[in-house]
Each structure stands twice: as C-alpha cells, then as structure tokens.
Design a protein around this ligand. Structure first.
Ligand code: ATP
Length: 600
C-alpha cells in the first residue's frame, strides 16, 4: 500500500499541491482526474520520485520512502512519450536494463512488429506511444505512472492503450492521470478527483498488499558506455569539433616537448662528441702516484711545453700543409673495425673519421701497416716520431685523433726532447658512473685535483634548454587552455542538449552517479579519439620533418623523436585539464531538476 501524507508543493508563490493525502493499493487501475493545471503531473512526479522538492511523506507499507523507485519497480508513460531519439526502438524499450541487473522477457514485441526497425524520428505519434508503453511494461513493473498517455492519440489507439493498461492493472498498480472524466470512468477501479492542488475525495481499499521487493541497483559499465557512445551519434559534428580542437592543442604541446627534447639530446650528443667521453681531468702538481682503481681504463698525461703538431707521411721534416692536425687528448679504444689492438709503443689505432681523411681516395683498410710521423714541438724544436697504423676503430669523432698504448706519448716525448719533461696535467678514461668514480678518486688521492670533463658545460646547457622549454611550455599551455575552454563550453552545450535524455534515463531508474559516469565516458571518448588523432598527426609531422625538412636545414643527422614518457605525461595532463574544463557540465548535471526538464 502506497500512501501520501500531507504533500505540499509550491512554485514561488503558487501552491500547486495542498495537503494531499491519498493511498493506493498494490494493484488495480487508479485514476486521478481534474482540470488542466490542477497539479496532476506534479503529483505523479512526486510519487515517481523524479520530483523531490516537496513537503510531506510518501510511504510504502507505512514506511517513509524518499524515492519509491528505489523500493519498487516504477515506470512512467508520459503524454509526450519522451523517447530518446538516437536510440533504436529496441534500445528505448530496454532502457531499464542499462541501469539494473535483472533482464526481462519482451512479451509484447508483436505490438510494434511493423515499425520495429524504423528510427524514432520516423514513427507516427501512435507508434511512438506504443514504444513508450512497451518501455514502461518491459521491466514487469509494480507501479506504472501514466501522465495522460492517450492525449494525442486517435480513438482507435486510445482504446488500444486503455485496454492494455487495464489488462496490466490485474498484476500491477496503474496510476492514470487525465482530465477526461468519461475515459477514466470507463476503465478505472478507483478515481481520485483533484481541484486546484487538492484531492477532494477519499477511497477505502480492502485488499491485502504484497510485501516490499528489495530492488537491486547495479552498474553496467558497458551499457552506460554504449549510451555515451550513442549520445554522440546524433551530435557527430560537435563530437568531431571537440576532437579537432583538443587534437590541435595536444599536437602543439607534444610538438613543443618533442622538439625541445630532441634538441636537448642533439646538443648533448654534440657536446659528447666534441669532448672525450667518460673522462676525468686531473692536476698532479707534486708528482704523486695515483692509487690503482679498477674503474680507470686509461690514463693520458699532458707534457708541459710540448705540443703535438700533426701526423704526416713525410719522414724528413714537418710541413704544416702536409700534416693532419691531431687532437692531443688521445684516449684508448677496443672497438676495432679493421686490423688489431696495439701491442707496441710505436703502434697506433686511427678512429674511422681520421683514417678516412688520411686514406684519401683509397679504402681505409689500406692504411693498415702504413707508417706516419707524429711531429711534436718543444720550445723551438720540432721532431717527429715514427708510428705504425695497426687498426682502424669504429669511433666517428668530430675531431682527428689517434690512439696509443698507455704512456706511449710520454715515452716518445722523453725520447725526443730528454727526461727533464714534466707532466702535471692529464685525463683518465673511466667506466661506470662518472660521479661515483670521481668521489672514489678524490677519496683515494686527496692531494690530486679531479674534475669531470664537460660536466659543467652539460649542466649549463641543460639549464638553458630548461628555460627555453619552460617558455615554450607556457605558450603551448595557452593553446591547450584555450582549447579546453572551448571543449568545456561545447561539452556544456552537449549536456544541455541531452538534458531531456538524461531526465528520461533518470525516470527509468538511472541514478545520478550513473549519469555522471555517462558524462565521464563521453569526455573520455573525446579524449581518447583526440589522443589517437593527435598521436597520428604528430607521427606524420615528425616523419615528414625527419625525412624532408630537417635534412635540408641541417647537415648533421639531427632528427626528432617522440619520447614515450612525455607522451604519457601530456595525455594525462590533457585528461586532467579537460575534466576540469568539463566541471561546469558535471555541476549542471548534479543540479538539474528532472521533473522540470521533462516538462520542457
Ligand atoms: N516548473 C514550474 N514552475 C512554475 N510553475 C509550474 C512549474 N511546473 C508546473 N507549474 C504550475 O503548476 C501548476 C500545476 O501544473 P501541472 O503540470 O502539475 O498540472 P496538470 O494538472 O498536470 O496540468 P495538465 O493536465 O495541463 O498537464 C500549473 O499551474 C503550472 O503552471
């Protein structure tokens, strides 16, 4: 038994329901009849739980319930059908399924057999009302609330609907609202009359009621996702516009990051190619013996006052134009491409780029076994020492060099200019983490000064790029913020245009949280499609940049790549920003008045 106790409702100064007291049995055909504007629809909305802004109590078997549809299966049939036009007829009928776990059998499908496949917009008024009635019947409801469902139907359809409802009232409670006294008297078991917001009669029932059935509310994530997807079906243009704006913003921000990331790497690679890799310089003024350390691969000593002038084939004398200038910071290599590793002090290995220059038109391999002269200058003396090329290594340095055996340069210089030569400065090649090796060396040799080569330059470079990146990021942020603003605005309009559909879903058991989920999925759909579009566009842009633009602008092999971590961070950032920009839509959804929206 459903009872209404002292129900009052007002719209501003107008009292629409005035101390309404009434009761309904568990089954049967109960009508509420009264003139237009007396408050019948408002009362039905209060019973159905889609209008909760009232004073008084709705009770079920004596217990106060705020929303009857949480305790019983309640469905509604409206005067203006309220079908969701982008859903198929079948989906409209089965709408209840999207928000509840129980599935029902479609007993009355034959009623819409002829127009089952037609879209809602192509149906006649009578056909629409038939679909709306089937939607209300499908979940085998306990209560069917009918708000003048026959008002816009012709006589034949009217009779068909009324007979149908009458048949249903054998097993369920049909509350039928109308201003048509004749129609109501023909079909109703009980009739309430209403005038200016007041019920003017009382009814006594003597039948036993059935017990409360506990209803199960449940999430169907995929069903709700499908609704979100279908919601865009009728708003393709708006959906594509939103995706386009967001993709544009994403591409611009990712492009900024990708370019600065690639530039940073190109610059650091260049610095590393100019400076010997993994090297620590040291100054050993007091000629102290350095403690042995397994991380040190090779030590190179500079000799005070001695300068390496170059490498020449001329054994007689040094001719500047015949000699290839060689960098003195000779390291060591074991990446042999041709030939073998060094065994003797007078043997050398040439890095590939230096070998290329010395070989001229010949193949670099032809240099193996060839003799060159390394010319050194000390004060005014220039002397050469004979070297034999035994290997060509893989290194492609941006300077010319040769690799010698450990301390071989010192031996050669002392042999050329005498033992009085002193070595204070040098560099050592290490393996492993530079900072750790530096710390250990400083600990082991406190009287020798050590410094990581190129570290300061790299740090300064990183700082400068960080600043440039920050400025670029600010510009890109403006792009993404303005896109988010547009998307927020469009999303709001999208929600606004779907308000009625959300209200219908609510009337068919969707809870607000499920509607929020639906909105969230709609936003995620926009983000998902935009992300795919932007990644595709960015990939295309980068491919054309790497293959067409950059080779023309730069001689070196500078090319841009998308770092995955950056991609993930940008997309996460976009999700957060878009969700923030859609906040207004969520607020709109949290505040919408279902009953009012249904009236529009
Ligand atoms: N959202 C609203 N804001 C202000 N007044 C409203 C609102 N909704 C309804 N009303 C007023 O409340 C009164 C009752 O409206 P209601 O729709 O319940 O009447 P009704 O009996 O169902 O009428 P009808 O048979 O024509 O549908 C009317 O005077 C109407 O103008």
């Amino acid at each position: 038994m459903i009872t209404l106790k002292h129900i009052n409702k007002r719209y501003l100064h107008q009292r629409v329901l005035i101390d309404v007291n009434m009761s309904f049995p568990s089954k049967g055909f109960v009508s509420i009849v009264g003139p237009s504007g007396c408050g019948k629809s408002t009362l039905l909305n209060v019973i159905g739980g889609i209008d909760r802004e009232y004073h008084g109590q709705v009770c079920l078997h004596g217990q106060v319930v705020k929303d009857l549809s949480k305790k019983l299966r309640v469905t509604m049939i409206f005067q203006s059908y309220h079908l969701i036009h982008y859903l198929s007829n079948r989906h409209n009928i089965h709408l209840y399924d999207d928000f509840h776990p129980t599935r029902f059998t479609d007993y009355h499908q034959n009623l819409i057999q002829q127009f089952y496949k037609l879209p809602v917009s192509k149906l006649s008024l009578g056909q629409r009302q038939r679909v709306a009635i089937l939607r209300a019947l499908y979940p085998e409801p306990d209560v069917i609330l009918c708000d003048e469902p026959t008002a816009s139907l012709d006589e034949a359809n009217k009779v068909m609907v009324m007979r149908f409802l009458k048949e249903l009232s054998q097993n369920a409670l049909v509350i039928f609202v109308s201003h048509d006294h004749k129609l109501v008297e023909e079909y109703s078991d009980y009739i309430y009359t209403m005038e200016d917001g007041e019920i003017t009669n009382t009814i006594q029932y003597d039948k036993v009621d059935k017990a409360i059935v506990k209803l199960d509310h449940h999430f169907h994530p995929f069903a709700i996702f499908k609704l979100a997807l279908l919601g865009f079906k009728c708003q393709k243009k708006r959906f594509l516009q939103m995706c386009f704006y967001l993709s544009l913003a994403l591409v611009s921000i990712m492009l900024v990051f990708t370019l600065s990331f690639s530039l940073r790497h190109a610059i650091i690679d260049y610095i590393e190619s100019v400076l010997p890799k993994s090297t620590i310089s040291f100054q050993n003024i007091n000629d102290i013996k350095m403690t042995k350390n397994s991380s040190i691969q090779h030590v190179f000593h500079y000799v005070d006052g001695v300068e390496l002038l170059g490498l020449s084939e001329n054994r007689e004398r040094y001719m500047k134009n015949e000699a290839l200038f060689i960098n003195d910071e000779t390291g060591y290599t074991n990446k042999i491409h041709y030939g073998r590793l060094i065994k003797e002090n007078h043997e050398i290995i040439l890095p590939y780029n230096t070998a290329r220059k010395l070989a001229g038109n010949q193949h670099v391999e032809k240099l193996l076994g060839k003799h060159f002269y390394a010319y050194y200058k000390y004060r005014n003396l220039v002397k050469g020492v004979e070297m034999k090329v035994v290997g060509i290594s893989q290194e492609r340095l941006s300077y010319d060099a040769f690799y010698q055996a450990k301390d071989a340069n010192l031996m050669h210089m002392k042999a050329l200019f005498g033992d009085q030569l002193q070595t204070k400065l040098g560099i050592l090649y290490y393996k492993g983490d530079g900072k750790k090796v530096l710390k250990t060396l400083q600990k082991q040799n406190p009287r020798i000064q050590f410094k990581l080569v190129g570290e300061k330059t790299k740090q300064n470079m990183n700082k400068t790029i960080d600043r440039i990146e920050f400025i670029l990021f600010l510009f890109a942020l403006i792009a993404i913020m303005s896109s988010c603003f547009i998307i927020g605005e469009m999303m709001y309009l999208f929600v606004e245009s779907h308000m009625k559909d959300y209200a219908i879903e609510y009337a068919y058991g969707a809870r607000r949280i499920q509607l929020f989920k639906q909105l969230f999925y709609s936003i995620m759909l926009v983000i998902g499609v935009s992300s795919l579009l932007s990644i595709g566009a960015l990939q295309g842009l980068l491919v054309s940049m790497n293959h067409i633009v950059l080779p023309k602008l730069f001689e070196s092999s500078f090319h841009v790549t998308i770092p995955i971590s950056l991609l993930v961070m940008t997309l996460l950032g976009a999700i957060i920003l878009v969700l923030i920009s859609a906040l207004a839509s969520f607020i709109r959804m949290s505040r919408f008045n279902v009953a009012e929206v249904m009236k529009q």
